[in-house]
Design a protein around this ligand. Structure first.
Ligand SMILES: C[S@@+](CC[C@H](N)C(=O)[O-])C[C@H]1O[C@@H](n2cnc3c(N)ncnc32)[C@H](O)[C@@H]1O
Length: 231
């Protein structure tokens, strides 16, 4: 995937995210209405990802009585908090849902846990470096909103001459079992690029979310893409 590499950026470093969530946590402690940045808010990605899953559960495409959900690079955990609320209002079938958010930034986990006192949920948060640690569990649904994008902005070798974006798909597949849905939203890769990266590691495209398209210089595109892969 050498042709798909991005330039390095500070957004690919742990130091950046620690400082970022430290500030976000401070802001929240000063004003509990300020829950911080919600990535890809301008494209309404969070609502669209949640609505996508609600429809799949309600129409039986995701047909389970228990669902375990893992959010990779959870940040402030907002996606999971919002999902808990919308699931409770809009799911038409009885499903027992358990959720976990992981992030390598201790400040992100601290912040996400602080929000837990506000929302009073059972969501679990754990500090995990996705590229260098292993969770001994598999999940029914795995979410990524902006995390693969951040990982791809770091060109440092992690191991075996591989950078983070080469290792990421292998690590995600370890968290999947047959039938697991991996729903990922990216702004740094096009639909074709993301599909190429994930399918080259053995995943299949299951479905995707549609966003409004723009046309520039005769080329059609969207600013972000969300694709659901299946193992
Ligand atoms: C663009 S932010 C997205 C945060 C959140 N998903 C959202 O939508 O608001 C990228 C997140 O990925 C996390 N991250 C980056 N590399 C990671 C890694 N190797 N393991 C775990 N988390 C990572 C960062 O700490 C940050 O919270």
């Amino acid at each position: 995937m050498e042709d798909l590499r991005l330039n390095s950026s500070k957004l690919g470093t742990e130091e950046y995210w620690n400082n970022f969530y430290k500030k976000e946590l401070n802001n929240f402690q000063e004003n509990s209405e300020d829950e911080g940045e919600c990535w890809f808010d301008d494209s309404d990605a969070e609502s669209k990802m949640i609505e996508f899953l609600i429809q799949k559960i309600n129409n039986g495409d995701i047909d389970k009585t228990e669902l375990s959900i893992l959010d990779l690079g959870t940040g402030n955990g907002h996606l999971l908090y919002q999902m808990t609320e919308e699931f409770s209002e809009e799911l038409e079938v009885e499903v027992k849902v358990s959720m976990k958010g992981i992030d390598y930034s201790p400040d992100s986990i601290d912040f996400a846990q602080k929000l837990n006192t506000k929302y009073q949920t059972d969501i679990k948060f754990q500090q995990v470096d996705l590229l260098n640690e292993t969770l001994d569990e598999t999940y029914d649904i795995i979410l990524d909103k902006g995390t693969f994008d951040a990982i791809a902005l770091n060109q440092d070798i992690v191991r075996d001459n591989k950078i983070g974006m080469d290792i990421y798909p292998e690590k995600v597949i370890q968290l999947m079992r047959p039938g697991t849905i991996f729903l990922i939203t990216s702004c740094n890769f096009t639909e074709e690029e993301l599909t190429k990266i994930m399918t080259s590691h053995g995943l299949r495209v299951w479905d995707q979310i549609t966003y409004p398209t723009f046309e520039f210089g005769g080329v059609k595109g969207t600013t972000i893409c969300s694709i659901a892969f299946i193992r």
